[in-house]
Design a protein. Structure first.
Length: 152
């Protein structure tokens, strides 16, 4: 009888020990759902202007020579929008939901002028020189919108 009770007790203890890790693991689970909601509206209004001026030689009668030189004009516009960027590294076991809504509007003017160069006279222009520099304009736009990276 003692052997049967000891065997029964040992079996019960073995059952409790064997079931304990499963029970502990079960309680270790959690709801690993992840939801991220992003919404953005970006409006860029940029005017970039480079001018060397309203250069002129003028007279009400005659212009007998003269030299007008304008330099170079350079204008650069750079716009970078990084909107709704998500990087998720959560080790999630369940659903990962990323909702992005983004609107980007760029209104850009990039202007380079070497000026309003002129030699002017009411009567005669006799001689004179006008030299204008280079006018260079560049616009760089980078829009990175609604980017999601999900990893473990």
């Amino acid at each position: 009888m003692k052997k049967i009770l000891a065997g029964l007790a040992a079996s019960t203890l073995l059952l409790v020990v064997a079931a304990a890790p499963a029970g502990a693991f079960w309680w270790g689970w959690s709801n690993d759902d992840l939801e991220v909601n992003n919404s953005a509206y970006v409006k860029n209004v940029v005017d970039t202007v480079a001018k060397t001026g309203g250069n002129k030689i003028s007279a009400m009668d005659d212009v007998w020579g003269g030299t007008l030189k304008s330099g170079a004009a350079g204008a650069v516009t750079q716009v970078m929008n990084k909107v709704n960027t998500n990087s998720v590294d959560c080790g999630c076991y369940d659903d990962v939901t990323l909702n992005n809504s983004g609107v980007v509007k760029n209104y850009l003017d990039t202007i380079a002028k070497t000026g309003y160069n002129k030699i002017w006279a009411w009567d005669d222009v006799r001689g004179g020189s006008l030299t204008s520099g280079n006018a260079d304009a560049a616009t760089l736009v980078d829009n990175i919108v609604n980017t999601n990276v999900v990893g473990n």
